[in-house]
Design a binder for this molecule. Structure first.
Ligand code: ADP
Length: 183
């Protein structure tokens, strides 16, 4: 299955993606994780991405798209993937469609994790990642509203909404039910 995961920062996409990846047998490809791995290793890509991430801004699309393209070409992503954190803008969605079309592929669906802003702020503050301070969180929520939320309209009928309030297993069961109904 080829799926995109959407939702505001702190919606729990990463947690759900890890479980879904195991159940569906496809890799979890998280742009945030890829950036953080590059930052940890001190690669040129990591050095470039770090200033944007620390400020809560989007890393430039050309850099991000190149990283995603090369990850999608790896062997384990041939038959499916869960893309988490990409696309984050309509421009990135168009790039993804182009990449998939070139490879003769298409998405099976777009899972949208639905959760209120006050819940995500609480979750992010509790998580305490380097970019989870109050100011950065506010910036990221603004970026989400302005740049990422329009993807819900962009994907239209491909959107599969999941209520992302509740415990991890419950949310996962909701997602699996909807995915099973797709087949
Ligand atoms: P969250 O889901 O909490 O927003 P992520 O780990 O997905 O966290 O992303 C962390 C940061 O990585 C973002 O705030 C942004 O700076 C950068 N990033 C991740 N994905 C993208 C993308 N598709 N385009 C541009 N920047 C991105």
């Amino acid at each position: 299955m080829r799926l995109v995961l959407l939702g505001p920062p702190g919606a729990g996409k990463g947690t759900q993606a890890a479980i879904l990846s195991e159940k569906l047998g496809v890799p979890h490809i998280s742009t945030g994780d890829l950036f953080r791995a590059n930052i940890g290793e001190g690669t040129p890509l990591g050095v470039e991405a770090k200033s944007y991430i620390d400020a809560g801004k989007l890393v430039p699309t050309d850099v991000t798209a190149r990283m995603v393209e090369s990850r999608l070409q790896e062997e384990d992503a041939k038959d499916g993937f869960l893309l988490d954190g990409f696309p984050r803008t309509v421009e990135q969605a168009e790039i993804l469609t182009e990449l998939l079309t070139k490879a003769g592929q298409k998405l099976d669906g777009v899972l949208n994790f639905v959760v209120d802003e006050d819940v995500v702020v609480e979750r992010m503050l509790a998580r305490g990642r380097a970019d989870d301070n109050e100011e950065t969180i506010r910036t990221r929520l603004g970026v989400y509203r302005d740049e990422t939320a329009p993807l819900i309209d962009h994907y239209g009928e491909e959107i599969i909404s999941i209520d992302a309030v509740g415990d991890v297993d419950e949310i996962n069961a909701r997602a699996m039910d909807k995915l099973n109904a797709l087949k």
